[in-house]
Design a protein around this ligand. Structure first.
Ligand code: MUC
Ligand code: MG
Length: 373
């Protein structure tokens, strides 16, 4: 059964968050997603998603620019092409396009979903097969208030939804942040892993002082303490402390991973399908990290269910996720646009069953949350 791509629609969707989510560079009250609907000549539909954090606060692409890229550039190239050979289409886009990895990720995801539906296999099957079907997920405490964060963490530990926590810091004075983190660590105790994400807010000297303090407070991991392009600082800090560093903004794809590892970095990498340009490209990065002895972590740009599930299919194929994942994006939003939301329990999430991503859109919810022109 041959199939050609008939149409590609990129829909902007805005869903409020359950509480303000405070990061060093922005505070989110809503999450904006681009949902890709790719239809083929057999009437099947592939779904994809591209999301970022706070418009242009996290990276060079915004939800609005992703929609424009897909509508103006990717759509005309892809429509009419055979949908069956994803690698051929990836090569075509690689030749015509620089960057724009968020838009590429949504397209690669939709192609995989479509292919899986056509072949009656899951996306994980297309990627070689799932090694794990229940995947660990941490929660980010980012209300901006220490007492509220402690209360939130205690509730989640009690219901066994999460046992690991990431704290967003970097917008306050260093010692205020350290006191905030130490108080939460003390409240949740030894059995919970507490990590911090600085989102590039520190210079190297502040990071060195901060890491010494956080190491003493029993913190397990420090994510992206220094600016993304400053590889030398990240390498020096990773060599100086036994508290490991998680590289996030510094590393988008396999090439970045190679460059950072070759510069002498040790620690871990936050893989994100959005940064890499899709689930297949994120797994290319995982191979480079594994070869360099760098730990793996399944990262998020706070995607909704479609983007989170696409990531989960990729992460499920990896034998070891040294630091687990943070695929909690759907839980941060007040509502969902899929018929059957993900099942989060026992400190993790179940990989959905069924062909493709295993996700069905709720058309009414999509209509309700889609951005009006
Ligand atoms: C980031 O920088 O890691 C992931 C979890 C969260 O709360 O924010 C993101 C982005
Ligand atoms: Mg991060």
């Amino acid at each position: 059964m041959s199939a050609t791509i008939q149409s590609i629609e990129a829909v902007l969707v805005d869903i409020p968050t359950i509480r303000p989510h405070k990061l060093s560079m922005t505070t989110m009250g809503v999450q904006s997603m681009v949902i890709v609907r790719m239809k083929d000549s057999n009437g099947l539909e592939g779904l994809g998603e591209a999301t970022t954090i706070g418009g242009l606060a996290y990276g060079a692409e915004s939800p609005e620019s992703v929609k424009l890229t897909i509508d103006t550039y990717f759509g005309p190239q892809l429509i009419g092409q055979s949908a069956e050979n994803i690698n051929t289409l990836r090569v075509m886009l690689n030749r015509s396009t620089r960057g724009n990895n968020l838009a590429r990720s949504a397209i690669e995801t939709a192609l995989l979903d479509l292919q899986g539906k056509r072949l009656n296999r899951s996306v994980a099957d297309l990627l070689g097969g799932a090694v794990h079907r229940h995947i660990p997920v941490l929660w980010t405490l980012a209300s901006g208030d220490t007492a509220k964060d402690i209360e939130e963490a205690r509730g989640l530990i009690e219901t066994r939804r999460h046992c690991d926590f990431k704290l967003k810091i970097g917008s306050r004075r260093l010692m205020d942040d350290v006191r905030h983190v130490a108080a939460i660590k003390e409240a949740v105790g030894e059995s919970a892993s507490v990590r911090v994400d600085v989102n590039q807010a520190w210079d190297e000297a502040t990071a060195a002082k901060g890491m010494a303090e956080l190491q003493a407070a029993g913190i397990d991991l420090v994510e992206q303490p220094t600016p993304m392009k400053d590889y030398a600082a990240l390498v020096r800090l990773s060599n100086k402390f036994h508290l490991p560093i998680l590289a996030d903004e510094a590393v988008a794809d396999a090439k970045d991973m190679y460059a950072l590892a070759a510069a002498g970095f040790s620690g871990a990498v936050a893989m994100k399908i959005a940064k890499a340009g899709g689930p297949m490209r994120a797994l290319e990065q995982a191979s480079v990290a594994q070869a360099a002895g760098i730990g793996l972590y399944g990262g998020t740009l706070l995607e909704g269910t479609i983007g989170s599930v696409a990531s989960l299919h990729a992460w499920s194929t990896l034998e070891t996720l040294h630091w687990g994942t943070e695929m909690f994006g759907p839980l941060l939003m007040k509502d969902d646009i899929v018929v059957k939301p993900l099942s989060f329990h026992d400190h993790g999430v179940d990989l959905p069953e069924g062909p493709g991503l295993g996700i069905e859109l709720d058309e009414d919810k999509l209509t309700y949350y889609r951005r009006q022109a």
